[in-house]
Design a binder for this molecule. Sequence first.
Ligand SMILES: Nc1ncnc2c1ncn2[C@@H]1O[C@H](COP(=O)(O)OP(=O)(O)O)[C@@H](O)[C@H]1O
Ligand SMILES: [Mg+2]
Length: 370
Amino acid sequence: MKKIGILFGMENTFPWAFIDRVNNLGLADIMAEPVNIDMVSQGEPTEYAVIIDRISQDVPFYRGYLKNAAISGTAVINNPFWWSADEKFFNNALAVKTGVPVPKTVLLPSNQHPPDTQDSSFRNLAFPLSWEKIFDHIGFPAYMKPFSGGGWKSVYKIHDAGEFFKIYNQTGQLVMMLQEEIVFDEYYRCYCLGGKYVRIMQYEPRNPHHLRYVKDGGSANKALLQTIHDYVLKLNHYLGYDFNTVEMAVRGGIPYAIDFCNPAPDADVNSVGQDNFDWVLEYSVKMAVERAQAWKPGADNLTWGLYIKNAAQGIGFGAPASAMPQTQEQEPAIVTTEAAPEVAATPEETVAAEQPAEKAKPAAKRTKKK
Ligand SMILES: Nc1ncnc2c1ncn2[C@@H]1O[C@H](COP(=O)(O)OP(=O)(O)O)[C@@H](O)[C@H]1O
Ligand SMILES: [Mg+2]
């Protein structure tokens, strides 16, 4: 019997529905259950052929457990090594290299020193930074957000240099990015499962949380949807995510990738709506069962992205198109769904993009390098 385990935290709708759906398939040799963890011993395999990880971003102990599971043969979805290495600024750099449009973005040093560092730890850093050059490059309004974050936490819309410094001085030890605003005509949130199943969902981030998945959002241009579909696949093939969402803001007919580092994306029926939930359930079960069927004991059963695979062969960007994996592509279709009624937003999602989320702390002034 091959077991598919799901590792999760507070979320309540998707994990149980996933387990029921797998078990109701009535497969003779595959079943699903919540992952059960007790003593974790180095190099010991788990009882799972496949683990769907929905929570290790918040629980470092789980990340350790999952890497140990992976080296012992479990197909962990998503690859815990890549997820540990990845962040949004790298994602943007990868998009630039693969030809997917992204807003102009720069990385900023944290406003306050990380623990156990002092002025002399930053002798390599220009002080002051070339702020004028940065602002000229990005322009205002701009978005400032953590290079590794999610759930709209600490995402700010900034209108001028004065506002920038006021908010930057409240960001503490977070490493932030400053990003060009894409003033969009349309916005899409796209699920990508198993590097081949894509669902393009029309989304209106300016609506309150429970009304963001748009119903009757109008019909989108087919060529645009095809482009979004191709970009979604390309990004996920290079990153190597089995379970991810990509957000695209469309300006002047060009889709810009805004947020595509979501390896535990919201799948709650109360926020994504019934139709999207049903799709995520159907295709995540399909993907997990496929991975269990393909599972080889003791082998590396992880998905590794093209970036890593190419790098291991000494191939940089500009690899021939034949290096791209063959996928069973689905006809792209826009999906608009009924918004879920009266859902209480989670605390982190109540943060409006225009409001500082973090409590203002007095910022220590960055001191000049010695
Ligand atoms: N460059 C941008 N241009 C326009 N809107 C943006 C930009 N960056 C972020 N936003 C808005 O802020 C929201 C949250 O930012 P996002 O990058 O998705 O962070 P998170 O990972 O926390 O969801 C987006 O859904 C979008 O509405
Ligand atoms: Mg987002």
